[in-house]
Ligand binder design. Structure first.
Ligand code: MN3
Length: 202
């Protein structure tokens, strides 16, 4: 079974005014579709065909740049769309709230630290909140389409929040103002989705 572009759980304009519809449409239907197609091409006829994306990334040969870039791109965007779901957005609560406060002091301090990781990532990449076995959370960032599931990449652990800071994610609406885009992102983060992923990952 080849990988398929996941359908969004909401309309392209559902995140406006924070993330504009045109950016969402291009990002999902062109960029994410491209990573998906290129991943399928890269694994076709190899022993990676038929494996789950988590398995492929977790055991990745980091010298396999086609799978590294496109498998990362496929996984990262799939997570990104789900953590921005505008339905039943919820609020930071429960075990995830405890873990974030233990690591960063408060929700506001967490948002500040995460925003700093996203803002200082030079060039293209991602900021992450990851969960380690046992439940500890950690912020980190990666270049390009790398992610912490890949062997030896950044903080490790399972990502439960990812923010795309490639210019294609914000340039149409925010041009060079990445900090404004990062601020806007926290208006559309789905805390319930994060909490669900935290419970599964820890
Ligand atoms: Mn992107």
């Amino acid at each position: 079974m080849a990988f398929e572009l996941p359908k969004l759980g909401y309309a392209y304009d559902a995140l406006e005014p924070h993330i504009d519809a045109r950016t969402m449409e291009i990002h999902h239907s062109k960029h994410h579709q491209g990573y998906t197609n290129n991943l399928n091409n890269a694994i076709a006829g190899t022993d990676l065909e038929g494996k789950s994306i988590d398995d492929i990334l977790g055991n990745l040969d980091m010298n396999n740049s086609a799978v590294r870039n496109n498998g990362g791109g496929f996984y990262n965007h799939s997570l990104f769309w789900e953590v921005m779901n505008p339905e039943d957005r919820g609020y930071l609560s429960g075990d995830l709230k405890d873990a974030i406060e233990a690591a960063y002091g408060s929700k506001d301090e967490f948002i500040q630290a995460f925003s700093n990781a996203a803002g200082t990532r030079f060039g293209s990449g991602w900021a992450w909140l990851c969960v380690h076995k046992g439940g500890k959370v950690e912020i980190c960032s990666t270049p390009n389409q790398d992610n912490p599931l890949m062997p030896g990449v950044s903080c490790g652990g399972t990502p439960i929040l990812g923010l795309d800071v490639w210019e294609h994610a914000y340039y149409l609406n925010y041009q060079n103002r990445r900090p404004d885009y990062i601020k806007a992102f926290f208006n559309v983060v789905n805390w319930n989705e994060m909490e669900k992923r935290y419970a599964e990952a820890k």
